[in-house]
Design a protein around this ligand. Structure first.
Ligand code: F6P
Length: 503
C-alpha cells in the first residue's frame, strides 16, 4: 500500500492522468496550498470521487520534486514524480514531440527518438505502479489520454482483478499514419490492456480497430476486439511482449478473417464524445457582473459592430494562422473594416519547451504585428492578441461579448471551446464558425462548418456569420444549445463508467 494512503484496502475508483486534479497556489502570506483544477474532466469526476472513495494519480507539475500522497476536497491525490530529464523526454519529447503531431495528421513533423520512448515506457510504468498500489480489490481504474497509453496493459499485469478503462482525448490517427510509429505494437498492446477504450469520434475508434487488425491481426467484431490470452508461435510474444525493446521490429501482421479459436479477452473500443460542465457555464453566463464585464469588453475594444473571437491554447493544430490569414485578406479586400469588426484572439501559453510551439508563437506574433500595423486606427485595433490564460469568469464574459466564434482547428479531438461558446449564449444569438476537423463538428451540425485549409471558404463563412440575420442565427444556436446542454460532461463520464461496469 502506498505511503500516505488513508483507506484500508485502497480506493474503489482511481483516475490516472498525466496531470493531477489540483494546481498548486501561493497564498497571500506566501504559503502554498492546492486548488482543484478548473477543467471539465476534474469537474465531472470530482463528485464521483467523493461518492465512491476516489483517488487521482497524476504528475503535480514540478520537475525533480517528490511529494507524499495527500487528501484534498474528498479526493485522495497521489503525485507521481518526474525528473527534469523525464519532463524533457517523456512529456515534451515522446508525448508532445512524437505522439501529438503524429495523432494530429502530422501537421507538424513528429520526431522519433528511442530515448524518448524509453522515458515514456519508464514513466508509464511508474504511473501504473502508483495506480496498482492504491486501487482496492475489484475497483475501477480510468486511465486518461495519449501520455499514458502503455498504462492499461502494465496495470493489468500488476492487478488483473481491477476493471480498466482508457479514454483518448485526442484523435487516433488513420492506420497509414499510425504505421510510422516505430513503437506502434507496444502502443496497441498497451491500450488493449483496458476493458473499454473510449475515443472522441466514431472515426477514431475505427482507426484504432483497423490498426489493431492490420498490425496485430486480432479479430475485430464491430466494437469488440478479441485479444488472445495465450502466447502462440506466430505472435511476437504475449500481449505484453510489446514492452520489450525489440518486440516492435520486423513483425508482419497476421490477417485473420474469423475469431481465433484460442482463448481470448474481449476489449471494447468505441466513441464517447466528451463535453463540458454546462451548469457552471450557464450559471456564469447569467451572472450580472459577468454580463456587465461583457459589455465593458466591447467598450474597451472601441465598440466595434462585430466582435470575432478565437480562444485556443497556442498550438499549431488550432489553425490560428489560417484564421488570421482569412481575416487579414477580408480587411485588405475591404469586405470588413476595423471599425466594423475586431478579432480577439486569446492564445494561452502551452508547451513552451517544445520547439514547434516556440516557432508558432513567433509566427503568430509577427502576423499580429503586421496586420495591426497596416490596419489599426487610433480608436480601433484589427486583432487584439492576448497571450494569457484567464479564469472561467473572464472567458464567459468574452463568449458573451463575441458575436462570432471562430474555431478553425486543422485537427482536434473534440474542441471544448466550441461547446463552451454555445453553452454561454443564453440568448440563443451568436454564430459559431466550426472546422469540420474537430470532434465537435460531429455533434454541432448547425454551426457554419468549414474546411480551414480553404481560405476562401473560411472568408465566405466569416462574412456570412457577420452578416447573418438574427432569425437564422437564433434558429441555429437554439439547436446547438439543446445539443450541448443535454450532453454535458457528467453524462459523458456516467455513460463511459456505466458501460465499463457492464462489461
Ligand atoms: O487535449 C489534450 C490535452 O492533454 C488536454 O487534456 C489538456 O487540457 C491539454 O491537452 C493541455 O495539455 P498539457 O498538459 O500538455 O498542458
Amino acid at each position: 500500500m502506498a505511503e500516505g494512503m488513508t483507506k484500508k484496502d485502497g480506493y474503489d475508483f482511481v483516475v490516472v492522468a498525466n496531470r493531477l486534479a489540483v494546481n498548486r497556489v501561493t497564498e497571500e502570506d506566501g504559503s502554498t496550498g492546492w486548488q482543484r483544477s478548473p477543467g471539465g474532466l476534474v469537474t465531472a469526476l470530482a463528485p464521483l470521487m467523493a461518492a465512491s472513495d476516489g483517488a487521482w494519480v497524476g504528475w503535480h507539475g514540478a520537475p525533480d520534486e517528490t511529494l507524499e500522497p495527500f487528501d484534498h476536497e474528498d479526493m485522495h491525490l497521489v503525485p507521481v514524480p518526474l525528473s527534469a530529464q523525464e519532463v524533457e523526454d517523456y512529456y515534451e519529447g515522446f508525448s508532445n514531440g512524437t505522439l501529438w503531431p503524429l495523432y494530429h495528421d502530422v501537421i507538424a513533423r513528429p520526431d522519433f527518438h528511442r530515448h524518448w520512448f524509453e522515458a515514456y515506457r519508464r514513466v508509464n510504468r511508474r504511473f501504473a505502479e502508483n495506480a496498482a498500489a492504491v486501487a482496492a480489490h475489484g475497483s475501477v481504474v480510468w486511465v486518461q489520454d495519449y501520455q499514458l497509453q502503455l498504462v492499461p496493459a502494465m496495470l493489468r499485469e500488476l492487478r488483473p482483478d481491477v476493471k480498466i478503462g482508457f479514454f483518448n482525448h485526442i484523435p487516433f490517427p488513420p492506420p497509414g499514419l499510425f504505421a510510422q510509429l516505430p513503437w506502434r505494437h507496444s502502443v496497441l498492446r498497451g491500450l488493449l490492456g483496458a476493458d473499454l477504450i473510449g475515443f472522441q469520434r466514431g472515426s477514431d475508434a475505427t482507426n484504432f480497430q483497423r490498426a489493431v487488425h492490420n498490425r496485430l491481426g486480432y479479430y475485430v467484431d464491430e466494437d469488440r476486439i478479441h485479444v488472445p490470452t495465450e502466447t502462440r508461435a506466430h505472435d511476437e510474444g504475449s500481449p505484453l511482449a510489446g514492452f520489450d525493446a525489440d518486440a516492435d521490429r520486423g513483425t508482419a501482421a497476421r490477417q485473420e478473417a474469423a475469431p481465433d479459436t484460442g482463448s481470448a479477452r474481449m476489449v471494447e473500443a468505441k466513441s464517447f464524445p466528451i463535453s463540458i460542465d454546462t451548469e457552471t457555464i450557464t450559471e456564469l453566463a447569467q451572472r450580472e457582473d459577468i454580463i456587465a464585464r461583457a459589455a465593458e469588453i466591447r467598450r474597451e475594444l472601441g465598440s466595434p459592430e462585430t466582435v470575432l473571437l478565437g480562444v485556443d491554447r497556442l498550438d499549431y493544430t488550432k489553425g490560428i494562422r489560417h484564421r488570421m490569414k482569412a481575416f487579414e485578406e477580408l480587411l485588405q479586400e475591404k469586405k470588413l473594416t476595423v471599425g466594423e469588426a475586431c478579432l480577439v484572439q486569446v492564445a494561452s501559453p502551452s508547451r513552451e519547451g517544445v520547439e514547434s510551439y516556440q516557432l508558432l508563437k513567433e509566427e503568430i506574433e509577427q502576423t499580429v504585428g503586421r496586420v495591426n500595423g497596416e490596419f489599426d486606427t487610433m480608436g480601433h485595433t484589427a486583432i487584439r492578441y492576448l497571450h494569457h490564460s484567464y479564469p472561467m469568469e473572464e472567458m464567459v464574459a468574452l463568449y458573451l461579448a463575441a458575436d462570432v466564434m471562430l474555431v478553425t482547428a486543422l485537427r482536434d479531438g473534440m474542441n471544448l471551446v466550441a461547446k463552451e461558446y454555445v453553452a454561454a449564449r443564453q440568448g440563443d444569438d451568436g454564430v459559431l464558425v466550426l472546422s469540420e476537423f474537430t470532434g465537435a463538428a460531429d455533434e454541432l451540425r448547425q454551426a457554419l462548418l468549414i474546411n480551414p485549409h480553404d481560405i476562401d471558404e473560411l472568408k465566405a463563412a466569416i462574412v456570412k456569420a457577420v452578416k447573418m440575420d438574427s432569425e437564422d442565427a437564433r434558429g441555429r444556436m437554439e439547436v446547438l444549445r439543446r445539443q450541448v446542454v443535454s450532453h454535458n460532461v457528467k453524462r459523458w463520464a456516467r455513460e463511459f463508467l456505466d458501460h465499463l461496469e457492464e462489461l
